[in-house]
Design a protein around this ligand. Sequence first.
Ligand SMILES: [Fe+2]
Length: 482
Amino acid sequence: MHRREFLSSIASVAASGALHGLAPAALAGIDPDSRQATGVKIGEVSHNGALAWMRLTERAARQADGELRRGTVRPFAGGRSTRELEGSTPGAPGRVRLRYSTKANLAEARDTGWVTVPAERDYSHQFHLGDLRADTEYFYSAETSGPDGKLHAPVAGRFRTALAPDSTSGLRFCMTTCQKYSQLDHPDGFHIYNSIGALDPRFYISAGDIVYYDSDDPRATNIELARYHWDRMFSFPRHRQMLAHVPGYFLKDDHDTLTNDVWPSMKLKPEYRMSFADGLRAFREQVPMGRSTFRSFRWGRTLQIWFVEGRDFRSANDIPDGPEKTIWGVEQKQWLMRSLAESTADWRILISPTPIVGPDRTSKGDNHSNKEFAWEGRQFREWAHKTLGDNFVNINGDRHWQYHSVHPETGTHEFSVGPASDSHASGSPGENKNFHRFHRMLGGFLEVETRREGRESFLDFRLRDVMGKPTYAYTFTRGIKS
Ligand SMILES: [Fe+2]
């Protein structure tokens, strides 16, 4: 089925005005009898499996009116409910299941069976879909029912599994970071979701700061407010539409764990009713995530990607730097170095929520390009240069400007994808010719493509602005034996 056909097949558009509290924009493409206002997230896609995140909600779509909290951060008074707020999508009790098939009409569909969604997990559930065929498109019907068993209208979507490990085909993916609600650039969701959807990539990466608990209003100091941040972000029609055909890999950084530059033992302000451990749980509850938050996926012969965890295992930012001080922790670092060294993929790409090359402002002390973690940063860059050579690239989230940097001593390449919207761009120390091949302080995203032609393998990087227009392109090339 082609993309256009598919989108119209899920667009059973409602008599929008008839539904109380929902503006027409909020209903575009959403069946008023469905109850999945936060959509479906397919994630952790491999060549034979995937995770499907579902959540049952009271209504079909987000609360379009209600109190708008998109400005200066103010406290949210105790005793009030997030239901009063714009973008809220309260969860509801009942059951969920997913039917999926390689046929668009769901012929011979497999079925996960019904599962009751508990309030303790925000009425969400994650299904592990196993035994899938590599490089195959799967169509799904995400179904819900109330506690009485009465079915709601289903939500449709599709995704494609990863290329088989021995496939020589290339692929395209996209990456984004730093989506700040107060800096939204369109009432139906960020422009980048339309721009990425139009490229029809095999997957996208949301590389941290997916929501800003501490610096978007209202500050999320408890689990209800944290969930509200996720609800309003993923209930935008544009976001739902893209995620209905583009699976994601989700990484967290500081703002979607708890607060700015957070580490596990950081002392929190007294107003916090949420601990670091609560933050880790909330993240796993809101995105499809398997056993480990650090993991690697192979996409055929051309590509292997690594996702690193930057919060769970980190030392306190404010202790003196040295060999013991770490962002990654011993176990993750051993896994990362061993699996990177063993990989036979044409291209090895590390996805890190924070930069490794930089440069960054001298006032910052949270990442491998800062002096606070200089020891581990240098250790990794030197190791990568010696062991991995020229087919290793880092892509980072966190920084609010686009760049392509090359470390002057080790030659490590790093791409920063830019924030989700132009108005969120800020904070660069400025262009530095010792590092930068490209520097642009505006929003956008990154598109990466791998391809083999004859005895050569290519890796194309294209930074794009929020509307999808290329701002910079760079191609890596290497010879291959087989
Ligand atoms: Fe950020």
